[in-house]
Design a protein around this ligand. Structure first.
Ligand code: PGA
Length: 258
């Protein structure tokens, strides 16, 4: 982290977990133990049907609610889809885009890019995900793969908007597996991502960009991961479903930074 130049963000990704009633219960419990300090931003990205309950419960707090996907089109004949402006109207601040689980369902880099542009246009903060498979890591092509994913996702994003965007590095082999990247592995790729942003948008913008790590981050390993200079927060799946665990990760972000 580096609080001097950029924001720290601890973001939950609930994936396909919790009903609206369970969301309400979570929020009551979470609010009761939520740290008062403001050392980081906090987000909870939840299933679309849970958004109203989450927004209602967090209205008076500083927790931003997010979605886990959006459609690139503003409206129209896209049965089952949700547009970025609908998420804004429902009270969302963030949207996760290009998660590897969605890419595995067929989402392409081109679609991710179109969604990023639509989300920015609507005023949402996109949390743009990238990450390599185990095979790619073992073949030594991680940096090249990440460069490609970032360049394609950011195509057409104007310079004045780049600071409104968050990037999440999530190695596929670490997601939901309990096998976290070591702080050194995670830092190396997050630093590489900052270099890619620097080449595209200059050093000031790169320095101001929030880059998260995600993949089995939990209350035990968060402190060490967040101590890395280029890891500005976390995108947390499993551990964000339990208020006590999520709070511990938020507390781990309360440490001195460069
Ligand atoms: P995990 O998921 O923390 O359960 O590994 C992270 C994510 O996929 O965003």
């Amino acid at each position: 982290m580096n609080r001097k130049y950029r924001k720290t963000l601890i973001a939950g990704n609930w994936k396909m977990n919790k009903t609206p009633s369970e969301t309400k219960d979570f929020m009551v419990n979470f609010k009761a133990i939520m740290p008062k300090g403001r050392w980081c931003d906090i987000a909870l990205c939840v299933p679309a049907v849970d958004i109203p309950a989450a927004v209602r419960a967090m209205r008076e707090t500083r927790v931003g609610i997010g979605a886990e996907n959006c459609n690139a089109n503003p409206s129209g004949a896209y049965t089952g889809e949700i547009a970025a402006n609908m998420l804004v109207d429902a009270g969302c601040k963030y949207v996760i885009l290009g998660h590897s689980e969605r890419r595995a369902m067929g989402e392409t880099d081109k679609e991710v890019n179109a969604k990023v542009l639509a989300a920015i246009e609507a005023g949402l903060i996109p949390i743009v995900c990238c990450g390599e498979s185990l095979e790619q890591r073992e073949s030594g092509v991680t940096d090249e793969w990440i460069t490609m994913q970032i360049k394609l996702a950011l195509q057409g994003v104007p310079e004045e908007k780049i600071r409104r965007l968050v990037i999440a590095y999530e190695p596929i082999w670490a997601i939901g597996t309990g096998r976290t990247a070591t702080p050194e592995q995670a830092e190396a790729v997050c630093e590489h991502i900052r270099t890619v942003v620097r080449k595209l948008y200059g050093s000031k913008n790169a320095r101001a960009t929030t880059i998260l790590y995600g993949g089995s981050m939990n209350d035990k390993n968060a402190y060490e991961l967040l101590a890395q200079p280029d890891i500005d927060g976390g995108l947390i799946g499993g551990a964000s479903l339990v208020p006590e665990k999520f709070v511990k990760i938020i507390e781990a972000a309360n440490q001195p930074t460069a």
